[in-house]
Design a binder for this molecule. Structure first.
Ligand code: FES
Length: 560
């Protein structure tokens, strides 16, 4: 007990958070900095904020989301559960705890062939250091560089602490607007997350010095939080940001931690409300802006952004694809952490699923690449039809659940949680919406400039998901337009690679500024043809099944 009203104790950390009557357990966790997933921002939609409670509480017993057995054992949704006294013990369940992922560090810079021309100013003592940052919706990633010779000294990732206030950007904008002190809280969490990341970079660096320059790439909402500007206008028509460019300022003006307070901060410019500096950095890393041939760039994350163009012109849009491939909106979805199923195969005869899980541990759920594989395999095995419904076949690994009929990927006795890892029709519908939006966004850009898909010579796929997805599965479900697989190239964390490139070469920073002004933002909400393209993609793989079939058939010949 920490004061007269008591405290809520969160396990396994054993963090005591002072009890405030009328606040949910989720609000207590956020206030106390306790890591707890809340992808829907506390609106009781995602079912991911599961906790085991003991002590006086009311609410949080959501029958549509929790089973009767779970409710009876004391499991609650933290966003709907309110402590009635200050002597409550809360255990955050394994699937509701954020974790870390090193894969967010790996990015490819296909344009990084220039001489070393650092941004650095003279350091007052020792080695001048620079930090490249990717400020992602869910993950912060950074690279520390010796600016005297360009050597990478250390790399690190951390969860974005804003996740506790909503996993998607709009939930955070709503939280900032509708919660007293919400904007300051979210901004403070971002700054403290970045500061912690920078401290870790310094602690693990073999050389010490003074950080003189920081280059940060993030989406428009995160960039607004970092710069101290309310992102509220981005959530309402016409969805414009308050600003697209961010003047270079010292860290102390932003209120950063002491390690970067004297460094000059450069934040990548945005293209629009939902196409941010991370996409500009991705273009920079892909090198598509230097090529004569036309390329498509997909950045598949919590949102999906698409860029089409070459050295002479570029057009970009955001698809509001939804977080299905980040594990959101899928009952057994999770991010790509140890215990996440990353690939799946289904025996078409027996309907038995074979899977591999990250870390070779018991599986707890499905991450993006596993979800993608599973959808493709369910379709190939004839267990679901083109409309995303279970077929009437018997004996194919299905059973009834409280969320409707489901395919059992892993039975409870083999999972990390003791619960079945299942995939329901509603999960598949979420995937169909996500993939239809992403594919339609690319087709809308092609239509806007009057080019056929055959004109696309390269397809770059950025984002951690892009490094792990199986392209055959992606085309089997129609995630991308039907373009030969040989034209695809994964980029990984292109945002971090682009920021690193700009940190090491000041000409590339200037290139980034001109990229932002030379790339057209295409607003899909006012594109009259988008909805038709989207609806055509709501099937497996698409209403244009023949084009997908012929691309996949050709691949079998190329890759026997
Ligand atoms: S259901 Fe509680 S945060 Fe989503």
């Amino acid at each position: 007990m920490v004061d007269g009203r008591g405290a809520i104790r969160f396990h396994p950390e054993g963090i005591d958070v002072p009890f405030v009557p009328g606040e949910s357990l989720l609000a207590h966790a956020i206030r106390g900095g306790v890591p707890l997933l809340s992808p829907c921002g506390g609106e009781s939609r995602c079912g991911k904020c599961r906790v085991l409670v003991s002590g006086g509480t009311r609410g949080g017993e959501e029958p549509g989301t929790l089973t009767r057995a779970e409710i009876a054992s004391g499991i609650r949704l933290a966003c709907r559960c309110f402590p009635t006294e200050g002597e409550v013990s809360v255990t955050i369940l394994p699937g509701s705890r954020p974790a870390r992922l090193a894969a967010y560090l790996d990015g490819t810079d296909l344009a990084g062939d220039e001489p070393f021309l650092p941004l650095s100013r003279a350091a007052s003592g020792g080695v001048p250091l620079g930090v490249a940052l990717d400020l992602g919706t869910s993950t912060l990633a950074g690279t520390l560089v010796d600016l005297s010779d360009g050597t990478v000294l250390s790399r690190a990732t951390a969860d974005n602490p804003q996740m506790a206030c909503g996993e998607d950007l709009i939930s955070r904008v709503v939280f900032a607007e509708e919660t007293t002190g919400g904007f300051e809280l979210l901004r403070g969490r971002l700054l403290s997350g970045v500061d912690g990341l920078v401290r870790r970079l310094l602690e693990t660096s073999p050389a010490q010095g003074e950080i003189t320059d920081v280059v940060a790439a993030g989406n428009t909402v995160i960039s607004h939080f970092l710069y101290g500007i309310s992102p509220s206008p981005i959530r309402r028509p016409p969805y414009h940001p308050v600003r697209k460019e961010y003047p270079i300022v010292p860290g102390e003006t932003l209120g950063t931690g002491p390690a970067t307070a004297r460094a000059m901060w450069r934040i990548f410019p945005s293209l629009g409300g939902f196409v941010g500096g991370d996409v500009v950095a991705g273009i920079l890393a892909s090198g598509m802006h230097r090529q004569e041939e036309v390329s498509l760039l997909f950045d598949v994350g919590t949102n999906g952004e698409v860029v089409l163009g070459n050295r002479d012109w570029r057009i970009a849009c955001s698809s509001s694809a939804g977080p299905a491939f980040e594990g959101g909106e899928v009952g057994c979805g999770m991010r790509a952490y140890p215990g996440a199923i990353e690939s799946v195969r289904i025996d078409p005869e027996s309907s038995a699923a074979e899977w591999t899980a990250i870390g070779r541990v018991r599986p707890a759920g499905l991450c993006g690449s596993g979800i993608l594989d599973l959808c493709a395999e369910l379709f190939r095995a004839g267990i679901v039809d083109r409309g995303g419904r279970f077929t009437s076949r018997d004996g194919d690994g299905r059973r009834s659940t409280e969320r409707g009929e489901a395919f059992v990927v892993v039975p409870g006795e083999k999972s990390a949680t003791g619960r079945d890892v299942v995939f329901c029709e509603s999960d598949l519908k979420s995937v169909l919406r996500t993939k239809a939006a992403l594919c339609a966004a690319a087709e809308a850009l092609l239509a806007a400039v009057g080019l056929p898909r055959e004109a696309v010579a390269r397809v770059y796929v950025a984002g951690g998901f892009g490094n792990f997805l199986d392209l055959r599965s992606a085309l089997t479900i129609g995630l991308f337009p039907p373009i030969p697989l040989a034209r695809f190239a994964p980029l990984g964390n292109a945002s971090l690679a682009g920021a690193l490139g700009a940190l090491r070469n000041r000409r590339r920073w200037k290139e980034a500024l001109s990229l932002a002004s030379g790339t057209l933002y295409h607003d899909l909400s006012s594109d009259p043809g988008f909805m038709e393209l989207y609806q055509r993609g709501l099937f497996l793989p698409h209403t244009d099944e023949e084009s997908y079939r012929s691309v996949l058939a050709a691949e079998v010949r190329v890759y026997p």
